[in-house]
Design a protein. Structure first.
Ligand code: ZN
Length: 280
C-alpha cells in the first residue's frame, strides 16, 4: 500500500508541455502529493503564432504592437499564463529555467541545474520528455528538438544525482520511478492510463489560458476533446492521460485497478454512460 505522500518532479522543454500530464498532477496534488514543475526554457522561441501570422501580412498591414514585441515581453506573458495554468492543477512550485529555446541544447550547465533541482526536491517520481529518437513518432524538426534535448539533459542529471562526487558531502538521490507522457507515443506503446475525466474542464481552461499561443476557447475545447478523449477511448473512459514507464515495475503482488474490477462486473450500459460523462 502507498501511504507516504509522494514528491513528483515534472521536467519539460517548454511551459505548454506541462499540460500533457496536468490532469494527473492535479489528481496527485489534490491527494496531498507534492508537485514541482520545471520548464527548461521560457518558451519565447516557440508557438508565437501571432508573430508568425502578422509577418505573413504585407508590411503596411502589420500590427506594430505584435511586430515590435520583444522576446522578453512575450516570455513574461507566457510565464504568467504558465503559472496560472499550474495553479489550476494545485501546483505552486513552478520553476522556469532561463535556457534559450529554438533550439534548446543539453549543456553541462543545464544538466547541473537539473541535478541541483533533483537534490532540492528529492523526487520519488519523475515525469519528463521521452528520450527515444526512434520510431515514426520521433520528432525530427529542429524546433522540436528541444524535447529530445530536455530528455537527454534530465537523464544525465538523474544519473549524476545518484552518483557521489569525491570530496563532496552531497547526499545522492535516486528517483524511484520515471514516466513519459503518452502524447509522445503511439497508442499501442502506452503502459497505463490515468482517468482524468474529472479534470477535463481544467485541461480546457489550461489551453484557453495559453492565449499567447493563439488559443481560443473553441480551439481549446476541440483540442482537449480529441486529445484526452482519444486516450480515453483506448482507456475505456471519458478522458485519460497515457504514460509509458521508463522501466518495468517490480510489484509485491498483482494489483487489479478498481476501474477494471468495476468495469468487469457492471452493466455494459454504464460503460457507455461513463464515456460521455453521464456516470462517475
Ligand atoms: Zn514543447
Amino acid at each position: 500500500m502507498q501511504d507516504q505522500p509522494l514528491r513528483f518532479l515534472v521536467v519539460k522543454a517548454h511551459p505548454h508541455d506541462f499540460t500533457h500530464c496536468a490532469g494527473t498532477c492535479g489528481i496527485h496534488a489534490a491527494q496531498g502529493d507534492a508537485i514541482t514543475v520545471v520548464s527548461m526554457t521560457n518558451g519565447a522561441g516557440t508557438h508565437n503564432e501571432r508573430l508568425h501570422d502578422e509577418l505573413l501580412k504585407p508590411a503596411e498591414e502589420q500590427d506594430p504592437a505584435i511586430i515590435n514585441q520583444s522576446a522578453d515581453d512575450y516570455a513574461r506573458i507566457k510565464e504568467e499564463e504558465f503559472r496560472k495554468v499550474c495553479t489550476l492543477f494545485g501546483v505552486t512550485d513552478v520553476r522556469i529555467l532561463d535556457f534559450p529555446d529554438k533550439p534548446f541544447h543539453k549543456t553541462q550547465e543545464a544538466v547541473e541545474a537539473l541535478r541541483q533541482i533533483i537534490y532540492d526536491v528529492r523526487p520519488h517520481v519523475l515525469i519528463t520528455q521521452r528520450p527515444y529518437l526512434s520510431g515514426r513518432h520521433g520528432m525530427a524538426s529542429a524546433a522540436h528538438n528541444d524535447h529530445d534535448e530536455t530528455a537527454f539533459a534530465i537523464l544525465e542529471a538523474q544519473g549524476l544525482a545518484g552518483t557521489p562526487d569525491y570530496g563532496s558531502r552531497q547526499r545522492p538521490h535516486t528517483i524511484a520511478a520515471t514516466y513519459y507522457p503518452g502524447v509522445y507515443f503511439m497508442p499501442d506503446e502506452i503502459d497505463f492510463y490515468v482517468d482524468i475525466s474529472d479534470w477535463k474542464e481544467q485541461r480546457i481552461q489550461a489551453e484557453i489560458l495559453f492565449s499567447s499561443q493563439g488559443h481560443t476557447e473553441s480551439f481549446a475545447r476541440k483540442r482537449i476533446e480529441i486529445h484526452t478523449g482519444h486516450a480515453g477511448w483506448y482507456a475505456g473512459t471519458g478522458c485519460a492521460e497515457g504514460f509509458v514507464r521508463a522501466a518495468p515495475e517490480v510489484l509485491s503482488r498483482i494489483h487489479v485497478p478498481e476501474f477494471a474490477l468495476r468495469r468487469a462486473s457492471e452493466p455494459r450500459q454504464n460503460h457507455l454512460k461513463r464515456m460521455v460523462g453521464e456516470l462517475e
